[in-house]
Design a binder for this molecule. Structure first.
Ligand code: NAD
Length: 398
C-alpha cells in the first residue's frame, strides 16, 4: 500500500467532503496541495485541512513534484481542461461527476487519459454506499434473479452555488447534476455489460427562473429489456431524498440512503448549525445522518480508487463509465425536445452486444408454464398456468 499525495483542484463543497474523507481516521493519504482560482481561498482551505502547499495556478498544481494523484472537484465546465492538464502531467486523475457537460467532452477526456496511459477514476460516490455495495453483491450472487427495473431518485431543494444554475457552465439542470448518479446506479444493478439502447425523458422548468430543467423523469431501456428509471428534482422540499428500488425476477431491494435513515430527532428550539446535506430547517422534526461520508459512499470510493492504483487495476468506476453516463444524458435531452424515444449514441461500447431479452419462463410441468401461484384469504391456493400447446391461460385451485 502506497500512501497518496493528492492535489485537490477546487476548494468548495465537494473538495471539503473529499478532504474530510481522505484525512479521516488514521489514513496516511494526504492532500498535499490545494488549487483554487483565488490565492486567498486556496490558502484558507490549506490552513483548514493542514495542507502544506497551495496555488492558484492549475499548471503548477498538476505538475507539483510531490503530487502523484489529482482530484478534480471543480465546476462541470472546468473538468475538461483540468483532466487534460493532469493527463499531460502523467498523474493519476480522479474526476467528480458528471465527467463532462456532454458526451463529446467526456469522450475527449477518456481519450486524453487513455493516450497518456494514466490511471483514471470516475468519482460516482453513490454506487459505493455501504448499502449499495451490499445490495450489488446480493444481486451478483443471484438473490434477485435477473434485474428488470431499477428506480433511483435524487431530489432536493436545489444546489448551493451559482454555476450549477447557469446552463453554459453546468451543461444542464437536475438531469446532468443528479440524473448522472441515478443512471449509473441503475447501470450497476442491471449490468454494466448490458448496452443501454434508448431513452424516453420528460423534463421541465417548473419553479426556478433558469434556462435549464429543474425537474426530470426518464426511462433508460437496456438491450435485455431491463429498464432504469430516474427521478430528479431541484424543487423537492424537505431535504435531500436519495432512494433506490431494485426489482428482479426473484426479489426486490429498497434502500433509503438519506432523509429516512432511521435517525429521527425533534427539537423545539434547535441547536444551531448544520443538520445534514440540503436540510431545510434545524427545528422541529429533523432527519440527521449519522455518517454522511459513509452514507454517500465517499470512503469506499476512495478505498477502491487507491487500491486499484496500487494493484494496477481498473476501478469500479472509470472515465469510460462517465462517458457512457454522459451519452445517456445527451439522449435524454434529445428526448425531452422530441417527446420520442431517442437512441443512445455510443461511439465506444466495451460491453456485450446482441444480448437476448431476459427469459424468466417457469415450467410447472411438461404441459404448462407457471404464471402465478397465490394463497387466497379463503385458504385455497390458486395457480395460473399457461398451456404450452394451445397457449391458453387457465387457473387451478389446490
Ligand atoms: N456527490 C457528489 O459526487 C458531488 C456532490 C457535489 C458536487 N459534486 C461535483 O463537484 C464539482 C464541484 O461542485 P461543488 O459542489 O464543490 O461546487 P462549489 O461551488 O461548492 O465549489 C466549486 C469550487 O470551484 C471553484 N471555482 C469556481 N469557478 C472557478 C474557476 N473559473 N476556476 C477555478 N476554480 C473555480 C470555486 O471557487 C470552488 O472552490 C461539480 O462538478 C459537482 O457536480 C459532486
Amino acid at each position: 500500500m502506497k500512501n497518496k499525495n493528492i492535489a485537490m483542484l477546487g476548494t468548495g463543497f465537494i473538495s471539503d467532503f473529499y478532504t474530510n474523507t481522505l484525512h479521516s481516521l488514521r489514513s496516511g493519504d494526504r492532500v498535499v496541495l490545494a488549487y483554487s482560482r483565488s490565492e486567498e481561498r486556496a490558502g484558507d482551505f490549506a490552513k483548514k485541512w493542514g495542507v502544506p502547499h497551495h496555488t492558484n495556478s492549475l499548471e503548477e498544481a498538476v505538475n507539483h513534484p510531490e503530487v502523484d494523484t489529482v482530484i478534480i472537484g471543480l465546476p462541470n465546465n472546468l473538468h475538461f481542461d483540468a483532466v487534460k492538464a493532469a493527463a499531460k502531467a502523467g498523474k493519476a486523475v480522479l474526476c467528480t461527476k458528471p465527467l463532462g457537460r456532454t458526451a463529446g467532452e467526456a469522450k475527449e477526456m477518456l481519450e486524453a487519459v487513455e493516450e497518456a496511459g494514466v490511471f483514471n477514476g470516475y468519482l460516482e460516490d453513490l454506487v459505493y454506499t455501504h448499502k449499495t455495495l451490499k445490495a450489488l453483491n446480493s444481486v451478483k450472487n443471484g438473490a434477485l434473479g435477473d434485474i428488470l427495473w431499477v428506480r433511483s431518485r435524487e431530489t432536493h431543494p436545489g444546489p448551493h452555488s451559482d454555476w450549477f444554475w447557469t446552463k453554459e457552465l453546468s451543461g444542464g439542470g437536475a438531469i446532468v447534476d443528479m440524473g448522472c448518479h441515478c443512471i449509473e446506479i441503475a447501470r450497476n444493478f442491471i449490468g454494466k455489460d448490458i448496452k443501454p439502447i434508448e431513452v424516453m425523458c420528460w423534463a421541465d422548468t417548473q419553479v426556478k427562473p433558469i434556462e435549464a430543467e429543474d425537474h426530470g423523469i426518464g426511462l433508460v431501456k437496456y438491450e435485455n429489456g431491463a429498464i432504469g428509471q430516474f427521478e430528479v428534482s431541484w424543487n423537492f422540499r424537505g431535504g435531500m431524498d436519495l432512494r433506490d428500488e431494485v426489482s428482479g425476477v426473484e426479489g426486490t431491494i429498497r434502500m433509503d440512503h438519506f432523509l429516512r435513515t432511521g435517525f429521527d430527532m425533534f427539537t423545539a428550539v434547535g441547536e444551531g448549525g448544520y443538520v445534514a446535506e440540503k436540510a431545510e430547517t434545524d427545528k422541529g422534526w429533523l432527519f440527521p445522518v449519522g455518517d454522511e461520508i459513509g452514507a454517500l459512499g465517499y470512503d469506499n470510493m476512495f478505498h477502491n480508487m487507491f487500491e486499484s492504483i496500487d494493484k494496477d487495476e481498473i476501478p469500479m468506476e472509470d472515465f469510460y463509465d462517465g462517458y457512457v453516463v454522459n451519452s445517456i444524458i445527451d439522449a435524454c435531452y434529445l428526448s425531452v425536445k422530441s417527446k420520442q424515444w431517442e437512441p443512445i449514441k455510443l461511439d465506444i461500447w466495451k460491453g456485450r452486444t446482441g444480448v437476448d431479452k431476459i427469459n424468466a419462463l417457469k415450467e410447472y410441468d411438461s404441459d404448462h408454464y407457471l404464471i402465478k401461484k397465490e394463497q387466497l384469504p379463503n385458504g385455497t391456493t390458486k395457480l395460473i398456468l399457461k398451456e404450452k400447446k394451445s397457449g391458453k391461460i387457465i387457473q387451478k385451485e389446490l
